[in-house]
Design a protein. Structure first.
Length: 186
């Protein structure tokens, strides 16, 4: 993806936001049905986590692998960067996105942005908002990236890691998202 695409997605999001009252949520964006607006929203969320250029952030975390083709759309490309930053295993990636197999995940990487299923887009938005909140609460990226693997004694986690809760099901993912958003709001 070229930077011009990023600018186009951001511009389209700005136009959509200007035409709608209030601060848009990931659900509002999904209901628009426009995946270019969704791409702009994804770029905005990752940028709000303190990363000036989300795609540059992903590329900095790239692991050189001649067998790996970068995902075709910005949402999956940013997820690939998060997966590297969080050192996610194939089964953890599958669990976070709620797909059946690693092959399904690879299929998602090849889709154009408008072909990404809504259920997967919802999960990706929750994951990105979790990422954003973690990086706001823990501005040192290495600490933020490691948080999901640390056991947590809080009521939501009960000694499990946030990643354990997030990979359980969509409700677990949304619970961690809500927990972190509440922490950011304090």
């Amino acid at each position: 993806m070229v930077e011009d695409d990023n600018d186009q997605y951001r511009r389209k999001l700005e136009e959509w936001v200007a035409a709608h009252p209030g601060i848009p949520t990931g659900s509002d964006i999904l209901q628009s049905g426009d995946f270019e607006i969704l791409a702009g929203f994804v770029l905005r969320v990752v940028g709000a986590a303190g990363l000036a250029s989300p795609i540059a952030w992903v590329d900095q975390r790239a692991v050189i692998d001649i067998n790996e083709t970068p995902p075709a759309n910005p949402i999956m490309r940013i997820f690939a960067g998060l997966a590297r930053a969080w050192s996610l295993s194939p089964s953890e990636k599958v669990g976070l996105l709620g797909v059946i197999s690693y092959e399904d995940l690879e299929t998602l990487n090849d889709l154009r942005i408008e072909q990404v299923p809504t259920a997967i887009a919802q999960r990706l938005i929750a994951i990105l908002e979790i990422f954003k909140a973690i990086n706001i609460l823990l501005p040192v990226h290495s600490r933020a990236d490691g948080w999901i693997r640390r056991e947590n004694a809080g009521e939501l986690f009960r000694g499990r890691t946030p990643l354990d809760v997030m990979t359980r099901d969509i409700e677990g993912l949304q619970s961690v998202q809500g927990y972190l958003q509440a922490e950011v709001s304090l």
